[in-house]
Design a protein around this ligand. Sequence first.
Ligand code: 4AD
Ligand code: MG
Length: 460
Amino acid sequence: KRTEIRQLYRETPADGAVVTVCGWARTVRDSKNIGFIELSDGGCFKPLQIVFEAAKLDNYREIAKAGVGTSLQVTGRVVLTPGAKQPFEVNADEIRVLGVCGPEYPLQKKRHTVEFLRTMPHLRPRTNTFAAAFRVRSVAAYAIHKFFQENGFVYAHTPLITGSDCEGAGEMFRVTTLDLDNVPRTEDGTVDFSQDFFGRSTNLTVSGQLEAEAMATAFGKVYTFGPTFRAENSNTPRHAAEFWMIEPEIAFADLADDMDLAEAMVKSVIAYVLEQCPAELAFFNQFFDKGLLERLNALVNSEFVRVSYTEAVELLKAHNDQFQYKVDWGTDLQTEHERYLTEQIYKKPVFVTDYPKEIKSFYMRLNDDGKTVAAADMLVPGVGELIGGSQREERLDVLEARMAELGLGKEDYEWYLDLRRFGSVEHAGFGLGFERLIMYLTGIPNIRDVIPFPRTAGGF
Ligand code: 4AD
Ligand code: MG
């Protein structure tokens, strides 16, 4: 019967215990009549050391010549090794080769650049860096569900195929069954979607927020956690065409409640990953970002900054000589400004609130000044915008006026307006980009390296 390596590390076995383990060789060293294998079965970050001896194995030469990546089944005896690098090793009585792996295997022992590894997304999870990144990703996803479930939120599944454009930026992937070589047209020459599978123009969702609002006006507190799609042609280290977003939506809540929730959630997820992934985070701290552990630990007990857009612009304007894009009231903050605020001025996460309505989405609640909306973006060092959120416009007349101003077709949003017609309440929510959270948690500087199979501008 096979024992998982993580099980061995969890319950240090007795000296002399006989075990069978399976895994892939990370390294194989041979010094004539004794050899060493670092064996990983993927279940934990740390490999298991296997010792094998010519005196005990008929197939010693075959094993000694096995390449990195060979899959093996090993039966042997546990030998406790106090004082050594690992607490115990396994001395093999029998080793069976399950699958050979030859010298043409691209992941030989030497260190590879992440750019090189990006060309083989199907193999890179076998390396330390990506094994650590994707395990942190899995644990962080669980931490997010745990946080919301323990706080009474309902997990809401929102559609991926939709007719609306939540962010109003027109950055959508079309979904159609029409034959693109022979598109049917109406008399006035526009595309005739009535012949499409859906009978209307549809796209992949950029955000589940609008549907999350509908669910929140039934359940009070909900969250989504699913893929979203943006056809923005941004070839940057922080933009993906397909990324995962977490979108909580809370009723009877204003912008301050929304920021409280965002801050509590981020801290809770960081604390959980610190607790569950010590080996992975230690690895990133050593190889990617020397200050990572100190920063994450400090963050859990710190208070995030809250500053209005107007104040932030005043602060930034004083440094305009350092920016490629000059800041002025009314302009959107660029990554260079977001990073300056969090890395130079405050050195921790910052909520920037109350942006000019012109640079934000139609659904955000208009402030009393008539110029700004109740929005709050959370910016973090190293990444920039991690969260975009707002209090929603719950007043039917104000929302209708804003939509008319922006030329949004009312027929597409009647159901959304119903939420304001039938028992409307103050409500708020936010969207957290999951990949950016993983970048923040690991110090990995490129979004392409925190999602197993990235889809970014420029293809895949
Ligand atoms: O700021 P955004 O566009 O906000 C919304 O979509 C709202 N509907 C959310 C809400 O209030 N429910 O996106 C939210 C977050 C950003 O802060 C960023 O972290 C991430 O999603 N994001 C991206 N991540 C990776 N690649 C992209 N192209 C991203 N665009 C946004
Ligand atoms: Mg945003």
